[in-house]
Design a protein around this ligand. Sequence first.
Ligand code: NA7
Length: 867
Amino acid sequence: MNKPASVPEQFDAVVVGAGFSGLFMLYQLRQLGLSVRVFDSAGDVGGTWYWNRYPGARCDIPTTDYAYSFDPELEKEWTWSEKYATQPEILDYLRFVTDRYGLRSDIEFSTVVTSARWDEQERRWRIKTGRGMEIECRYYIMATGCLSVPKSPDIEGISRFAGQVYFTSRWPHEGADFTGQRVAVIGTGSSGIQCIPLIARQASQLTVFQRTANFSIPAHNGPASAERLKQLDEDRDGYRHAARWSRGGIPTELTDIMGVTASEAVRRERFEAAWTQGELFGIINVFADQLVNPASNDIVAGMIREKIGSIVKDPATAEALSPKDHYFGTKRPCLDTGYFETFNLPHVRLVDLRKQPIISITEEGIQTADESFGFDAIVYATGFDAMTGPLVAVDVAGRDGVSLKEKWATGPSTYLGLMTAGFPNFFMLTGPGSPSVLSNMAVSIEQHVEWVAGCLKDMREDGFETIEPTELAESGWNSHVQDCAAITLHPTANSWYMGANVPGKPRFFLPYIGGVDAYRKACDEVVERGYLGFSMTGPDGARCRDGVIRRMQPDVALVLNLMTAMGLPPMETLSAADARALLAAIEAARPPGPQVGEVSDGVIPGPAGDLPYRLYRPAGPPEGPRPLVVYFHGGGWVLGNLDSDDPLCRDLCARSGAVVMSVNYRHAPEARFPAAALDAFAAVRWADASAAELGGIPGQLAVAGWSAGGNIAAVACHLARDAGGPHVSGQVLICPVVDSDLTRLSYQENGDGYILTTPLMRWFWDHYADPADRGDHRATPLRGNLPGLPPACIVAADFDPLRDEGVAYARALEAAGVPVRLVRARGHTHTSVPMVGLVISGAPVRAEIAEALRDFFPNAVPQEHLS
Ligand code: NA7
């Protein structure tokens, strides 16, 4: 007789993981009245704190902040004994929370979830466990943590060793006694740095095998900070609110002091204060620019290296312990208690694996390129397959049987780090693309759990059964996550944040670095906008509000916010003179742009008098003439001068290797149309005739301009063609004005709020040209005759009212047979691309412009030869 097939147990939701996030998720789902089953492979609650029991294991976020805040009563009932609690105390806390809310009854311990498959027909997940259980549920939630799958140490011969073997991430419950033993520790991340001083107390010999020296500052552990306790005591709600809306999940006053411009005294004072405070968010907030500006980062890194040098007595050991191969903060910095001091003990030795790599583990110990070591015990503190590892460890298959592993083969893709397209009703807590490991996990976990619970509640109220992100929303979020990382130094490091610690793992910045506050705002806004970027289905139909939640480059948004905060008057309400004065005042505070070889000023004859120019010569080698670019500044024909676009000209010169000649032209309203255009053409003719004396290569001349400068650069090309010369090799038009139609879609979308507004553009046109003249191709080159114009590179920025006319010009040129390179400045505004030094995300656009310039010239200096 056939055994009847067992009937799978039915639940509303299955949660994998009974750590910080899984426990709170269970609590919240119960509040919604849902039936829930939680699975955990561990024998008890605790997640990471269940497994990581190595000596010295502690949190690196102050425990006052590393705790649940959802229930004020709970907070009253628990007091942390230390500033940074130990693993046993945190585990006790999580057990206490579990019992206080009676959560245990819904948790199945010592049970691994092996697979989860979406059944499209039933709109349910089918779950299997390692113990042969089959469960079906509507919602499948991975609360598996970010650092829960240990990375294989990838060292030859691990199984050969005859002595004791320990992994910090799977420490035995009965502990380990190293008394009198010769012990090796491999790995100097947070786990290694925490356990090394304690192992040294017992071991007769301790040898630390270091591949990468790591930045660490003293934790100065002790009682919980009196100041924080006082703040919590006086205004718990205010404190927790501030944490939720802070950058990292701990109330922190962010500095605006820049490392590069601060005085030596201020630098020292701020660093010493952070060193003494002993908090991660303090040491990464010494300077506002330390994670984006290498020079500023070097200041902090240098001071930490000085400290290491002053603690460690043996200079060679101090040198080896001093991190030099990554920027401070791009790998997780550590908090330690006596780590560097441990290397002053006579029985402790550091082996620098950069000098003598491990060849293999042997039966007796470790064989490096230079030495054979004998040990009684080896401790592996070699890290984790972070963030994605725990998610792909389960065989999760979404719609059409596509597995998460397959979908993420080239890197994780999520919407808000919460969900991924093709996997309906599958939620990740603190998944890739969320602040997670860059934040106070407790705060981020609560935010994620509350968002998921709120979403399930809303779905129920609206009669929906499934939810899933759209491809568009997801790819928009992925771009935003990478954009945020790209303006920092993070992508330069071989960190686990980048997936670089696991051989073969795609290099991809995993967490969201935009901040807990910015992230929460985005998640809230998604809900306010009717679950923007999600599609939902239910018995009564479907709903999809497609769209991208954050399209603007993060640093562009920051600059816009700063400018809004300045409360500047709208330019179009000012006189031309006052507008010019305001612009000059704003420019005075900006970074200067890169160094070039030589800068000199001069004048050239124009049609109505002399025109000033500034010449930028690239730093050599090679010596000798270079192609020449005649550049025209922006400012709506009214504003601007040689200073206004100086940083951009420097940047163009340095990146392209060409000589750049920036020409000032007559401005409106003093000199109206076509004065500026005629001056531009005169400048091009003069530059062509004088190329040799300007250091240019005769016959290799291009024009360039931004905004109204782009307008007259384009017009100069028309005039040169019509006059039969001079020959112009190419034209670079950065967000140019090429038409006077202020009704295009890009005006409708962006005409309000991004510095260049519709009223301002109207003000510029009114100052420059009578309506009757605006159809003249010398004012609106889009309306002119286009065949025979030089090859063009046109930059169109997403948030620019002029975007669509730039695109239209590119298309029209193409149609007229002119080679065109259209550069889409994704996430940029009209004014952000030229903001050299301020808007880092503009750098790739400027690099592309420079490449286009080099392509115009037969004798351009190849990029690899540029200094
Ligand atoms: P980490 O920070 O990833 O550190 C792992 C360490 O192990 C790191 O120093 C690695 O060097 C080293 N390692 C890894 N594989 C090897 C091999 N094969 N040979 C030699 N050395 C190796 O993990 P942790 O557990 O310390 O900390 C993880 C997080 O937990 C921490 O950031 C806190 O957030 C809590 P590498 O740097 O790769 O050269």
